[in-house]
Design a binder for this molecule. Structure first.
Ligand code: SF4
Ligand code: SF4
Length: 440
């Protein structure tokens, strides 16, 4: 009997091992393979095809139809779930910032000067109420720096919180954390989901990357702000933006969180960002990582010091989910929420797809102030983008773990929204699966 391999098998040698893995996100199956079994797969010489067939790694002749049907069923389920899921709405009250971060991609933005931001803020809430009526949603306040010191900005944040409370919406803030302490009494009046603060390392490492515009470090003040916010019961989402210059501070950040008692409060979340070129060229490209090299270095750091995992457990594509849940997640048809479950709005009255495009000239998708306008055709391109509409993804075996990547990165690279931003999910799982699961 002839067999064909499933289109959705991800088969790869494990990192630092002679063994392999096979994952099929459509069938929800995953296995480690010893070298002999891997050879069977490579050479299509299956000693016990029944098991392979049962898991859907190979299909009997004519089995493609059943696979396509299963794909379609999951796709319909995905569309239905996405239509029900919560929308994250970004609001940018200013692009101004008191930091001069070495890797800021907004530093070359020249947005028009602020008019009456209070009036625009009101128009933003009116638009959200009307446009997203009946949908679960929350607002994430972004910048620039939304928590700038100064009375004018505080009034704006107070107004924002009052309007959000009136509308029954919860809020998240993305801040550099420098003025967090003085904002705590104001923030406590709102329903705050989390406050994202960036700490790029310890002391000097952080200070060199994220200094004040006026000169001088920000590390001590930020750590104090996190202490105070956690004491006040606010959830902190601690983000570190990594490149080759600061990756070795990851174990130190974990130690800091432990020492300050943040870990046991249940109020600390963490995320790792990758310093990469989003829109403009950076001066020192050598320090930038591609995804695989960054996660390889993080993998090695975890191997040396597994207590990092108490602070942050990287996903390594599907690896963490599989280890924690004992099963694979549903197939991932789309990894870009832009114009689907994410939108961004700024104080100039413009509408954008997401945080990657907000404020960037030429990326406007319409206006909500002074009048509502929409570039419907472009919006539809964003809305329709997933692995089933990106031509390059059609024949890609990684598609249901990759999801097509980031539309903004894809557009910058290929000039089209409907184009791929390939994620090395196979290589990430080659590291993550043996890190989190027993290979035997
Ligand atoms: S374009 Fe990129 S940054 Fe924007 S929502 Fe999509 S994945 Fe996120
Ligand atoms: S973006 Fe690239 S890796 Fe991802 S599914 Fe499409 S072709 Fe495959």
């Amino acid at each position: 009997m002839n067999f064909i391999k499933s289109k959705h098998n991800i088969f790869h040698k494990l990192h630092d091992s002679e063994n392999y893995y096979i994952v099929n996100p459509l069938r929800g199956e995953a296995d480690f393979l010893d070298p002999e079994t891997a050879e069977e797969y490579k050479s299509d010489a299956f000693s016990d095809p029944e098991e392979w067939l049962e898991k859907g790694y190979i299909l009997p002749e004519g089995g493609e139809k059943a696979e396509k049907d299963l794909y379609r069923d999951y796709y319909l389920k995905f569309l239905e779930e996405r239509d029900q899921s919560e929308i994250q709405i970004f609001w940018v009250p200013t692009y101004g910032c008191n930091f001069a971060c070495s890797y800021c991609y907004q530093d070359q933005y020249a947005p028009s000067p602020a008019g009456n931001t209070m009036e625009v803020q009101k128009a933003f809430f009116d638009y959200v109420k009307k446009e997203f009526a009946g949908r679960q949603k929350y607002i994430t306040v972004f910048g620039g720096e939304p928590l700038l010191p100064g009375e004018g900005q505080k009034k704006l944040v107070i107004d924002l919180i009052e309007r959000a409370n009136e509308a029954g919406l919860s809020l998240a803030f993305v801040t550099n954390g420098y003025s967090l302490t003085e904002y705590i009494p104001i923030l406590k009046k709102g329903s705050i989901r989390e406050i994202q603060v960036t700490l790029d390392g310890i002391g000097e490492t952080h200070d060199q990357r994220r200094p004040l515009k006026t000169g001088g470090g920000s590390y001590k003040t930020i750590v104090e702000g996190i202490d105070q916010a956690i004491k006040a019961g606010l959830t902190i989402n601690l983000r570190a933006v990594l490149d080759r210059d600061n990756v070795n501070d990851l174990p130190k950040l974990a130690a800091l969180a432990r020492k300050r008692g943040w870990l046991e409060t249940g109020l600390l979340k963490t995320q790792l960002g990758r310093n990469y070129e989003l829109h403009s060229c950076q001066t020192d490209r050598n320090r930038l990582y591609d995804r695989v090299s960054m996660y390889k270095d993080i993998h090695d750091l975890i191997k040396d010091d597994s207590s990092i995992l108490d602070f942050h457990k990287p996903a390594f594509s599907l690896s963490r989910f599989l280890a924690e849940q004992g099963k694979l997640p549903d197939p991932l048809f789309d990894s870009c929420p832009g114009c689907k479950t994410e939108w961004a709005f700024d104080y100039t009255g413009n509408i954008y797809s997401c945080t990657a495009t907000v404020g960037k000239s030429g990326e406007e998708l319409g206006t909500f102030f002074p009048v509502v306008t929409k570039k419907q055709e472009i919006i539809e391109e964003w809305e329709e983008r997933d692995v089933s509409t990106i031509p390059e993804c059609a024949g890609c075996s990684l598609q249901l773990a990759c999801g097509g990547g980031c539309a903004s990165v894809a557009k910058n690279k290929n000039g089209r929204v409907q184009s791929p931003d390939c994620r090395p999910v196979d290589k990430l799982m080659a590291m993550g699966l043996p890190l989190y699961l027993n290979e035997e």
